[in-house]
Design a binder for this molecule. Structure first.
Ligand code: SAH
Length: 270
């Protein structure tokens, strides 16, 4: 992806926006791994864990620009400026992002700035957290009997409220995955019930999906806030809602028994 007037014939500088997946280094794509190996600079944030950072060769410059809610290490404009600066120095830059760069990753904003600056850009998709969570805990996101659609939304608070299309999210036969939803969990639970979703609809909080310490906390739409509080659930966590959670299993249970029905998690949900 480049503009007509870029100077890539003389300057090899470029930026690749690369999805690192949800945490398990085995879920990094071959293309991402190849670009990481040949990069001169890797710019990453806090969703990219140590297991992934271990893939970066020691000679590569690493720049941390991590953000956690309300605590911006580097404002987005400065991250963009840094990417432009490094590419203009002629560096091959990998902008490494958790999950997929175009799923709640602000990849769209970074790419605009880079293209405007005439810098060649590539995009490498990654396994987004929802797919990692579904695979780790064995619940399909769609299923002929339970869910004909699946929606990914952000629960990120703007002006102290979560502004979502609640009637659309409260529909039956649908799986809803909420990214960045922990802080707004009370609003999510209350608004969905007001919009008609039964309080006993299966729900779950999936913490650090695909990482060694991943955990699924079973809940219902009504009990989500209580579970977050009692279990002190922290970020990064997805809120998942829908009947498909009745099929959830723990990875260990699956490996040991090969039988979903034997799983403790499945019995706790729904
Ligand atoms: N681009 C990322 C999402 C970034 S938004 C992706 O495609 O996955 C950040 C939110 O993603 C977190 O607040 C959390 O809700 C979710 N998230 C990212 N990695 C996660 C993981 N391993 N387990 C659970 N949730 C995760």
């Amino acid at each position: 992806m480049k503009r007509m007037n870029d100077d890539s014939s003389t300057n090899p500088g470029r930026v690749d926006l690369v999805g690192a997946g949800p945490g398990d280094p085995d879920l990094v794509t071959l293309k991402a791994a190849r670009l990481i190996q040949s990069a001169e600079v890797v710019v990453y944030d806090n969703l990219v864990g140590d297991a992934i950072l271990d893939l970066i060769p020691p000679k590569v410059e690493r720049i941390y620009v991590g953000k956690s809610a309300g605590n911006h290490t580097l404002p987005q404009e400065e991250i963009c400026a840094l990417l432009v600066e490094k590419a203009k120095e002629g560096k091959r830059v990998v902008r490494l992002k958790g999950g997929d760069p175009f799923v709640f990753g602000r990849g769209g904003e970074e790419i605009d700035v880079l293209i405007d600056a005439g810098i060649p850009v590539g995009i490498v998709p990654g396994v987004t957290a929802a797919l990692g969570a579904a695979a780790s805990f064995g619940f399909p996101l769609t299923h002929r009997d339970y869910a004909q659609s699946c929606v990914f939304v952000t629960g990120h608070l703007k002006d102290d409220s979560v502004d979502l299309n609640w009637p659309m999210l409260a529909q039956a036969r649908q799986t809803v995955v909420i990214y960045m939803g922990i802080i707004g969990v009370e609003i999510v639970s209350a608004r969905l019930q007001e919009a008609g979703l039964p309080g006993d609809t299966p729900a779950a909080l999936v913490y650090r999906a695909t990482c060694p310490d991943e955990k699924l906390f079973p809940a219902t739409v009504a009990t989500l806030p209580k579970v977050v509080q009692e279990e002190a659930v922290k970020s990064p966590t997805l809120i998942v809602i829908g009947q498909v959670l009745k099929l959830a299993v723990s990875g260990d249970g699956r490996q040991e028994t090969g039988d979903r029905a034997a799983s403790g998690i499945r019995n706790q949900i729904g």
